[in-house]
Design a protein around this ligand. Sequence first.
Ligand SMILES: *Cc1c(COP(=O)(O)O)cnc(C)c1O
Length: 396
Amino acid sequence: MVPTYSPAAFIPVRGLGSRVWDQTGRELVDFAAGIATSSVGHAHPHLIKALTEQAGRIWHVSNTLANEPAIRLASRLIEATFAEKVFFANSGGEANEAAFKLVRRYAHDKFGPEKNEIIAFKNGFHGRTFFTVSVGGQSKYSDGFGPKPGGITHLTFNDLTELENHISDKTCAVVLEPVQGESGILPASREFLLKARELCNKHKALLVFDEIQTGIGRCGHLYSYMHFGVTPDVLTSAKGLGGGFPIGAMLTTAEIASVFSFGTHGSTFGGNALACAVGDAVLDLLNTESALAKVRADGEFIRGRLRELQAKCDLFTEIRGLGLLVGAALTDKYKGQSRSIVQACEKQSLIALAAGPDVVRFAPSLLISQADIVEGLERFEKAVFAFQETFATAKK
Ligand SMILES: *Cc1c(COP(=O)(O)O)cnc(C)c1O
């Protein structure tokens, strides 16, 4: 495999709920759930049933034909959200690629070619295709690949004045993550989202929420826009939607979707029957008031425990996030150490994540048990103290 990744030394071979076993039989507590993807935990019987039943019927027919699971899943997403139309893809990046092409085409067809500016935000992350790294606000992902797609401006996240000063009638869309994920679990302020909505209306620009990480219950509501009370025009979903099976979706209104007429965009595998059958089963489990209430309560519990730990170790400046998307931001002294802490967690048989160099991230299964949460937090505490000891010795 090309060296784009740097995987840990252990290899997981089996999972059940929020526990994972490696090749040596060692058991780990999973606070990562893939990367916020295995949203109902590993080997959930309801997902295995949905996948295997569909596997026995029909896998793939291409998009020249319709398939029942895709129609079913699209209908459910529409019923549960502001959306009236869905486009299926295989990943988050592809869902965003569709969204960014859609907003450009909409402005082009309705207002003319001059209206093409996409406003996005510094430290945003929208995927790894060339258009999506270009809209994403991190040069480490977008630079060094030759000329980038133009017409994209990056502003400061949560800065209302900068957005107000910059947006114009040439803006076709404002694109953001309601909680910036990869760059450090940074929630938008409600005021910022309200202002973005108001300014988009004023300038006839579309508001795009990338909910690939925040969606499907991760933040304690089916989509986080429901928490903030600000409705976008276009929303992208992936990660948790497939519970570990690759799928992406772009949601929008019928009026906006109308510019994506026959032949304007497409995907060979997007919306295949297997992926959609699994997505449908994920919604069975997660789109219920009790599951979502549990996510909110578990998130508060974990953040509370991390704040108690903070009082003992003085490692973090801030414990933040929404629902079961949890970020612990490191103090200046420990800046750049998030990956070392994740490694220390692994030594204590806990799988955690970094969100950039300065933030430790937890994104466990949304169905994680209280016992697994408590066990994982105990292991995290041990990992933190072990890390601090090694760090102090290395400094001497
Ligand atoms: C993970 C992620 C993506 C990219 O999804 P892929 O499935 O890796 O293409 C895009 N946007 C956000 C907010 C993400 O967290």
